[in-house]
Design a protein around this ligand. Sequence first.
Ligand code: NDP
Length: 329
Amino acid sequence: MYTPANDRYETMTYRRCGQSGLKLPAISLGLWHNFGDVDPYDEAKAMVHRAFDLGITHFDLANNYGPSPGSAESTFGKVLKEGIGAHRDEMIISTKAGYYMWPGPYGDLGSRKYLVASLDQSLQRMGIDYVDIFYHHRPDPDTPIEETMGALDQIVRSGKALYAGISSYRPEQTRCAAEVLRGLGTPCLIHQPSYSMFDRWVEDGLLEVLDDEGIGSIVFCPLAQGLLTDKYLKGVPDGSRAAKPHGFLKTDAITDAKLGKIKALNDLAQQRGQTLAQLALAWVLRHDSVTSALIGASRVSQIEDCVGALKHIDLTEAELAKIESILAD
Ligand code: NDP
């Protein structure tokens, strides 16, 4: 039987999500990799427990996470059922639909038909009655935004989700989605974009839109899938994401040019007395409009290391300038 740590709320920082009443932990845990039916269940369960013990109240899923697709939700549902689910009211659970999930015209993209059916399947896999946040996972150029946002509004009104979110929408698409949702009376709570030192598109207009609209954000892949750690400095270790056939990170993304930057960033992190993962997290969290950094992990010690970033989160002007010069090289 799982008993959570008594001090779980003592060290984590919680940040308000946009102009909503909801606070999220500065570090959240995503279950995209390492929670599928190809992965060891005991480690997956241990990671959820350790995260919760460290004050990580937010767990992020999607219909297609695995492999196999859907199996991360099943794993999480099993972990909930085996004990931690007794703390459901202390948890923020999110899921999404928007990528291919089942064959035929109703298992992909952004129709009302797909979103409503997919959430029902997700709830069943996780064994819960509602999620806290339901996202449209990516923009769909062919479905009218009124239909997709109407589906999110319908889902919230049905009680199957408490809040609506969008993921990977560009700045203008975000404004449009926010306006439609506001008109329906279900404000857009949160945007989930990618953001890291190696992927800075959100700085080109999106963060401003989120500030204007009062929408929070949770940034995914803040460690660039593990590149922004010291793990690839001496080759590709066994068991790492780049070494796995089903991992989304491919070895050809680990170029000499990238490794040069990683090495220089790692030196800077060491001068600050922290790991590169911790520096990379402090760097994305420097924006007020970034509510939470959404990490992934393959073992408990990585979650502990990432949460340690919050002990030294401030960056000086000189350090920020140094990071800019490393990234520009
Ligand atoms: P990260 O960039 O945080 O990469 C996670 C990987 O980095 C881990 O699997 C691990 O690699 C490595 N790692 C983590 N912490 C450490 C550490 N302290 N030291 C060394 N290595 C470390 O994020 P992810 O790519 O996993 O994405 C995070 C979440 O974002 C997903 O689970 C999902 O919830 C969400 N997401 C959303 C998307 C969307 O379209 N909305 C798209 C992609 C992700 P290793 O496995 O090699 O040990």
